[in-house]
Design a protein around this ligand. Structure first.
Ligand SMILES: Nc1ncnc2c1ncn2[C@@H]1O[C@H](COP(=O)(O)OP(=O)(O)OP(=O)(O)O)[C@@H](O)[C@H]1O
Ligand SMILES: [Mg+2]
Length: 248
């Protein structure tokens, strides 16, 4: 295998933002190996969501490039990125609350060839038995954790090579966060490369292979997840600040 072939997703000097004269992501080099689970950390307003939304095609890229398994996807429209194997689960509005679980999955399956749709929905029900138990329940009636699972199931229906999630733990209790994260880890082990944006530092580092810390739109630090939790730079930059806030 060549080195290039083992990179699932990368950005080179990526500059992105909502307005052309106001870059939020200010030149990010980022790389995720095939099969890795990488967490993107950083303080509020660091540009984490802007970064992943830019990769997903939802925020304009001013300069630089984004590659997905070697293909240049920098200027591929958001809805076509899914065909290249990139799935993105935004933090909010990631399911249709007024539709049933089944219809949420059917809509997600629409871009598949007709003959594959039923099979993939059945596969996802096998992976998420909670969803399979009540296919005609309206998604809005699900618990927070189950909603996130439905959002993930929708994203997985097309069998993406890379799954990006923006703060899937937001608003969930620690117990449910643990459940959601263990599902994500299992999905990763089954072969999906995962990029996870998180505020929940400890829980995210526990399942990640590697972490990248963004500060003010730049990569401030990165390293193996196992060593990062104890890294003094991380403590100073991020963990320390959060602990102080909690203690006060
Ligand atoms: N829709 C938008 N239009 C203009 N500016 C925005 C928009 N969304 C975010 N920003 C700005 O971009 C900067 C980075 O925001 P972003 O949401 O990417 O940070 P974040 O790291 O995801 O923060 P958080 O941890 O709070 O989710 C902030 O200054 C924010 O005000
Ligand atoms: Mg965000």
């Amino acid at each position: 295998m060549t080195v290039a072939a083992s990179i699932a997703l990368s950005t080179q000097n990526l500059v992105a933002g909502y307005e052309r004269d106001l870059p939020i992501v200010r030149g990010v080099d980022f790389s995720v190996a095939t099969g890795e689970l990488v967490v993107v950390l950083g303080p509020n307003g660091a540009g984490k969501s802007t970064f992943v939304k830019a990769i997903a095609g939802l925020v304009p890229i001013h300069s630089g490039t984004a590659l997905l398994v070697g293909n240049d996807i920098t200027h591929v429209p958001a809805h076509e990125k899914i065909r290249h194997g990139l799935a993105f689960v935004p933090q909010t509005e990631n399911i249709f609350s007024t539709l049933t679980i089944e219809d949420n999955l059917r809509l997600a399956a629409d871009i598949l060839p007709k003959e594959r749709r039923a099979r993939r929905i059945a596969d996802l029900y096998a992976t998420f038995p909670d969803l399979a138990a009540r296919p005609s329940l309206r998604a809005g009636q699900l618990s927070g954790g189950q909603r996130q699972m439905l959002a993930v199931a929708r994203a997985l229906i097309v069998e993406p090579s890379v799954l990006i999630l923006d703060e899937p733990s937001a608003g969930l209790s620690p117990k449910i966060v643990a459940e959601v994260f263990s599902r994500l880890k299992a999905i990763n082990r089954a072969g999906v490369t995962v990029v996870l944006v998180e505020q929940n530092v400890k829980a995210a580092l526990a399942i990640a292979d590697r972490a990248v810390i963004l500060v003010e739109g730049l990569v401030r630090h990165e390293g193996p997840a196992a060593t990062l939790a104890d890294d003094p730079i991380v403590a100073e930059l991020y963990l320390g600040a959060r602990h102080e806030r909690r203690a006060s």
